[in-house]
Design a protein around this ligand. Sequence first.
Ligand SMILES: [Ca+2]
Ligand SMILES: [Ca+2]
Length: 155
Amino acid sequence: MRHGTAYVLLCTFVSVVAVSSPCPPGFVEHKKSCYWFSKIKANFAEARSYCQYFGSHLARVTSRDEDDFVRGHATIHGKAATYWLGATDLNVEGTWLWEGQQAMDYSNWSTGQPDNYGGGEHCLDIKQSYGNYLWNDAPCTSHAANFICEKGVKA
Ligand SMILES: [Ca+2]
Ligand SMILES: [Ca+2]
């Protein structure tokens, strides 16, 4: 009987916790979105696939507030050297679009970036060594980085 009561209490507790967070396990909530700061590394396309596997997309950082959150969380908690975000200039060199072909109205490039170094940098990343995660263009396929997935909070 005691065990039964404890089990009911535990289940109640677990379900309250589950209901109180609108984000999947491991995702961090901020405003209307949930974010996953990966512990694994992948190239850009692989990172994009991982995010899709979780029903999310590579993060689209579209405001100063969101930028402050992402860079702050990376600085304090994530601490990876580099994270992919979900933008490229693959279609037209120098024209940066978020995944889904959304225009990049807000940006926070590191000094001298994007430089399209060597003519082969078309994917957006943020680097700890570039002013605590300011933005940089990097080769999409030749190196692996951590990445940040985002999904909307369920209404
Ligand atoms: Ca480029
Ligand atoms: Ca660059």
